[in-house]
Structures are given as C-alpha cells and as structure tokens.
Design a protein around this ligand. Structure first.
Ligand SMILES: Cc1cc2nc3c(=O)[nH]c(=O)nc-3n(C[C@H](O)[C@H](O)[C@H](O)COP(=O)(O)O)c2cc1C
Length: 215
C-alpha cells in the first residue's frame, strides 16, 4: 500500500540521518512541552514485563548544565545543547507491578484474574532476582528507551548524542540519585550547529551469525 511505503521511507530516512551531534546552537531552545512530547513517544518502548524501569532527569537549566559539564568530561554539548536527558534505570521496578497491571485492568486490556496473576507472579519473580540481574534488566530497558528517544528526536528534526563519558559517581552525587537507580546514559538534545560526522559500520556479515555462533 502506498501509505505503508511512505511510512517505511520516512523511518528509513530517520535512522540513516541520525548522527551523533556534538556541536549545538546554544541559542536554540526546545520547550518543556516539546521535551514532554518526545519523552511521551520514547516511553512507548518495550521493557521487561512492561515494568518500565526508565526514569529521566531533564536538565535544561543552564546553571545546572554548567555544573554537569566537569562531571561529563567537559563535553561542550552538555552546555550548548538545549537539554540533557539523563536516563536512569530503576532496579526495583517490580515494585510498580501492581500499579501497572491495575492500569491495564482499568484500560480493559486484561481481566481481574489476569491482573492478580500477573501482579503477583511479576513481583515474586523479580523480587527474587539478584541485584546484578536486576541491574542488567534496567540497563537493557534503559538502552531501548534511549534509542527510541534519539530516533523520536530525529524524526522531529532535533539532534542528539548519547554520552557514556561521564563520571557516574560524581553524577549521582550532583543529583543525589538513590542507590536503587542505575545510571544508564546522558543524552544531549538540541539543534545542530555543525552536522554530525558520518560514521562507518562493520560489514553485516562480520556481525551476524545464522543459526549458531561461528567463532
Ligand atoms: C553507550 C554510548 C556512549 C557514548 N558516549 C559518548 C560520549 O561520551 N561522547 C560522545 O561524544 N559520543 C558518545 N557516544 C557516541 C558514539 O561515539 C557514536 O554513537 C558512534 O561513534 C557512532 O556514531 P553515530 O552515533 O553518529 O552513528 C556514545 C555512544 C554510545 C552508544
């Protein structure tokens, strides 16, 4: 169908045109409403048992960005981009199981019996996991939301760069992050002053194994 093809082309364009942008126009501001809209699209990402462990800190206060600058290895995009979105992962997201399955019940997506079963089973399964496993899950889900956020941003004409280059300990201290939340990544969001440089990818055949792992 013609409409389907158009959507596919647009998506294909978005993923091809997203590049990490490190030089931003400091005079360009993204509104809180626009940021909310973006995050609203990002949170449609999948997550383990739909527990949605992602948490965001939107940092668009200039003074705060200046404080973040040394914590983020003095990467200039931290202060020049309109906002930095810190993505965190709740390692105890299972504590929200009841709330989430209640929501699904209210929406008419599940029956009361399924709600009870899912809420109990999910809570029991996750609360019995090791802290390492819970952190792994929060990081995987945190990666998915981060990518979705960056693509949603590109689709709306904004630019981003994910940043793992920061001092997580100093970041936790600056924002007083409770131990329960894992730090996932910082994402600068704004309007490019200089386009992101093109990058290469390893050949697909070098990174793909079919029906088994060939060393
Ligand atoms: C987990 C992760 C951490 C990264 N950390 C940084 C960073 O601290 N600073 C930076 O400028 N780019 C950072 N990048 C961006 C990568 O350098 C970039 O994604 C890669 O070179 C491919 O380029 P592209 O995003 O333009 O396709 C990071 C990317 C990822 C996925």
């Amino acid at each position: 169908m013609a409409t389907d093809l158009k959507v596919e082309q647009e998506f294909s364009k978005v993923i091809r045109e997203r590049h990490s942008v490190r030089k931003y126009d400091p005079s360009w501001k993204i509104s809180d409403e626009e940021i909310k809209e973006l995050l609203g699209e990002a949170i449609l990402a999948p997550s383990s048992s739909n527990l949605q462990p992602w948490r965001f800190i939107v940092i668009n206060n200039q003074e705060l960005k200046e404080k973040l600058l040394p914590v983020a290895n003095n990467q200039q995009q931290v202060v020049d981009a309109s906002a930095v979105i810190a993505v965190l992962g709740d390692t105890e997201a299972y504590r929200n199981a009841e709330t989430i399955f209640d929501q699904a019940l209210e929406a008419g997506f599940i029956t009361p019996e399924v709600r009870d079963m899912m809420a109990t089973n999910t809570y029991n399964a996750y609360s019995g996991m090791s802290p390492e496993r819970l952190k792994d899950i929060a990081l995987v889900d945190g990666g998915l939301i981060s990518m979705q956020l960056m693509l949603a941003a590109k689709a709306k004409g904004y630019d981003t760069v994910p940043m793992g280059g920061y001092n997580a300990g100093a970041f936790r201290e600056l924002f007083q992050i409770p131990q329960r939340y894992a730090t996932v990544i910082l994402i600068a969001l704004g309007k490019a002053a200089v386009e992101g440089r093109p990058t290469v990818r390893l050949p697909l055949e070098d990174v793909t194994h079919w029906n088994g792992f060939q060393a």
